[in-house]
Design a protein around this ligand. Structure first.
Ligand SMILES: Cc1cc2nc3c(=O)[nH]c(=O)nc-3n(C[C@H](O)[C@H](O)[C@H](O)COP(=O)(O)OP(=O)(O)OC[C@H]3O[C@@H](n4cnc5c(N)ncnc54)[C@H](O)[C@@H]3O)c2cc1C
Length: 408
């Protein structure tokens, strides 16, 4: 049995950042355990049709965390990245409009603009109605019936799956926030107003996929990484983990970035918390490559239409200079319903853990699990360790902070 000071479970961005930060601080008693053959998690890339493709979906590095990016550029210098101004669109009425929808209805025909404006004017938030608790009601309340039914609800159902009724509203500050006044102003002045979504400017590697950054970070700690080591059982009191092949590892402190649902057993965890683990939900996304060139300048496009299987496409040739074609993202439920024609693509990859779902009871469940675990020097970290919709730059920031806290 191998014993280390810091045992890190999962070698996605969270695990790789903790490991490299510890190493930079002079620590060498750490070990990364990773289920797959290679590190990188959802941020991995593969070579498909002569160019890189991000197998976890479309992945871009936001410019909004300069300190994190400085840390990451030590592995892949800034000169190796191109910077882009986001161009994302929504398929609508046989054409495309800019994203977010409510800031870009000025791009529709005048009579459509009037219909949508009237519907927003009647939305709950504009007539003084009380803010609802559930996601679906909140969307009607915030955006009005037309945007809810023509775009937001069908799109979110395609992306997250059929359980929208179980989602809460506490995470909706992540969505763009455009008021009715700003929508009206944009219709008059013919340009978008209001708080725009993340990735307004972003980096993407010049010659590689996004996965290259994380591949290099793995390379930097490769002596301390065990791949094809799927952890299955956690003994919190003994500070041990047991892998699928029976191997056992011990850490004075355990940093877990793997989905809580992956554990077959957590010895010592109170039954109430274990039941909480079982109530955590996630959705799965399939990536599929289509070799056709698209006639658009958009980096990515959202598709709310129910008759189209996928919910988003990434137009590879618009951010990956050598790339042809595009790739799609489709929720596993829709793949299983057979709405994804088998003959259309030449590369497919299913990400079982794509989106942690923000169900109504999740904040309470996670608060209890993370607090209980931390008191025992087991630290949940990252998209799955914390079960939060974190992007990779935020995950890296949290991982840097945790490494700094643990190794002062
Ligand atoms: C469709 C999509 C688009 C996205 N777009 C962006 C974007 O544009 N920009 C951005 O910054 N972020 C984006 N993200 C988010 C980004 O993928 C995550 O923030 C990031 O991957 C989180 O890193 P992580 O290490 O916490 O989790 P992961 O990347 O999921 O890594 C977890 C690791 O744990 C391993 N693991 C799982 N189970 C076990 C086990 N039992 N034993 C051992 N190892 C295990 C996994 O194999 C994996 O390597 C996107 C995510 C999705 C799904």
């Amino acid at each position: 049995m191998e014993k280390v000071k810091y045992l890190i479970l999962g070698a996605g961005p969270a695990g790789l950042t903790v490991a490299n930060r510890l190493k930079q601080k002079g620590e060498d008693s750490f070990l990364l355990l990773e289920k797959e053959k290679e590190a990188g998690g959802l941020c991995r890339s593969a070579e498909v049709d002569g160019a890189p493709l991000d197998i976890g979906g479309g992945h871009f590095l936001d410019v909004c965390r300069p300190e994190v990016n400085r840390f990451l550029f030590a592995f892949m210098p800034e000169e190796e990245w191109d910077m882009y101004e986001r161009d994302s669109r929504i398929s609508f009425d046989g054409d495309y409009i800019g994203h977010p929808f409510e800031a870009n209805i000025w791009q529709m025909k005048p009579e459509k603009q009037r219909e949508y404006l009237e519907s927003i004017a009647e939305a709950g938030c504009n007539i003084g109605a009380q803010k609802p608790e559930g996601f679906v009601d909140w969307i009607y309340w915030k955006l009005g019936r037309r945007i809810a039914e023509d775009y937001m609800l069908p799109y979110n159902e395609k992306m997250f799956g059929s359980n929208l009724d179980e989602l809460g509203t506490y995470w909706l500050e992540k969505l763009p926030n455009v008021s009715y006044e700003e929508t009206k102003r944009s219709c008059v002045e013919k340009r978008a107003y209001g708080k725009q979504p993340g990735h307004a400017r972003f980096y993407y590697p010049k010659k590689y996929g996004y996965g290259e950054l994380w591949r290099r970070m793995q390379e930097a700690v490769k002596e301390r990484t065990v791949t094809e080591a799927a952890v299955k059982r956690l003994d919190v009191r003994g500070h041990r983990v047991i892998c699928a092949d029976g191997s056992v590892y011990e850490g004075e402190k355990i940093i877990t970035t793997v989905p809580w649902a992956e554990w077959e057993e957590i010895a010592g965890m109170p039954e109430e918390l274990w039941q909480g683990v079982k109530r955590l939900k996630h959705s799965s996304t399939q990536i599929e490559y289509i070799p056709e060139k698209m006639d658009t300048k958009a980096h990515w496009i959202y598709y709310p239409e129910k008759e189209i299987s996928y919910h988003r496409i990434l137009v590879r040739h618009n951010f990956c200079p050598k790339g042809k074609g595009y790739w799609t993202e489709t929720n596993k439920e829709r793949v299983e319903q057979g709405s994804c024609p088998a003959e259309s693509g030449i590369f497919r990859y299913m990400n079982e853990y794509a989106y942690p779902l923000n169900t109504v009871d999740k904040p309470q469940i996670m608060k209890k699990i993370l607090g209980w675990a931390r008191d025992r020097e087991v630290y949940g970290l990252g998209r799955w360790g914390e079960h939060e919709h974190y992007n990779s730059d935020l995950v890296a920031e949290r991982a840097m902070k945790l490494a700094d806290e643990l190794k002062r």
